[in-house]
Design a protein around this ligand. Structure first.
Ligand SMILES: C[S@@+](CC[C@H](N)C(=O)[O-])C[C@H]1O[C@@H](n2cnc3c(N)ncnc32)[C@H](O)[C@@H]1O
Length: 242
């Protein structure tokens, strides 16, 4: 409601701006729970077993993300959830590679692997809070098997942050655990219950992307969206800021 001098209206605007900022700078709720410090030693052996439904398509997903991000030698690339560096080593040469993860143990394994980037740095941070520590724009954002640790509203915040930090023509490529619709979660939980109970648990306790819904959110923000299926649970999502 506006007072005669317009001050009430200003207060409301200031107030709502403050609320938005508080939401935007939040650390993701489950960052500590999904920190992979404890899994680091066995991680690379684990991901090599692609007969397991969670790992099926792993190497194809990483190769697709590395190729589809259209990285050039002049680019600054942000990699979210860099883990043991399995995606980093596939990325084409770029000017600067900023790797982000909450796990120091995963990073210590990544450090032993060669990357093509002219300059690589690691920042121990949450995938949402990192955006506040970055320069305004990064040319490319890549991520594999990490962002399903964000809850659905956090994914929407993440997509908006992507839009704010990519220049026109900027690309984000995400490979991750996804289902097409929310209703598939229950259905797949039943399918895997007897054979792979840990998959059923992951579907229950983690936040697999709902491809239809989150693609729509990305389109509403303004992205051009392309997706690709690699296995029953793994998909790639390419977002272009057109
Ligand atoms: C399943 S691993 C994927 C690692 C690598 N990208 C790959 O494809 O092999 C997930 C990684 O994300 C990190 N992680 C989980 N939640 C995170 C968060 N909120 N912020 C930053 N890193 C996170 C974990 O520590 C772990 O290294």
């Amino acid at each position: 409601m506006e007072s005669a001098d317009g001050k009430t209206c200003d207060r409301i605007r200031n107030c709502s701006r403050r609320v938005v900022l508080e939401i935007e700078t939040v650390r993701s709720q489950h960052a500590d729970e999904f920190n992979h410090d404890e899994d680091a030693a066995g991680y690379d052996a684990d991901v090599s077993i692609e007969t397991h439904p969670i790992r099926a398509g792993y190497s194809d997903v990483l190769s697709w993300v590395a190729a589809s991000a259209e990285i050039k030698s002049s680019h600054t690339v942000l990699e979210l959830g860099s883990g043991t560096g399995n995606l980093s080593i596939l990325l084409p040469k770029c000017a600067r590679l900023v790797c982000v993860d909450v796990s120091e143990n995963m990073e210590s394994i990544a450090l032993s692997k060669p990357v093509l980037a002219q300059h690589r740095e690691f920042i121990k941070a949450d995938v949402l809070e990192i955006f506040e520590k970055l320069p305004k724009f990064v040319d490319r954002v890549v991520s594999t098997y990490t962002l399903h640790h964000l809850m659905e509203p956090e994914k929407a915040i993440f997509l908006r942050k992507l839009w704010e930090h990519l220049p026109q023509g900027g690309v984000a490529c995400i490979g991750d655990l996804m289902v097409v619709t929310a209703s598939e979660v229950e259905q797949k939980m039943k399918v895997y219950k007897a054979t792979y109970p840990e998959v059923t648990n992951a579907l229950k306790e983690e936040f697999f992307w709902h491809l239809d819904r989150q693609s729509n959110v990305a389109r509403e923000i303004g992205f051009e969206v392309e997706s690709r299926r690699f296995s029953d649970l793994s998909y790639g999502l390419k977002l272009v800021k057109g």
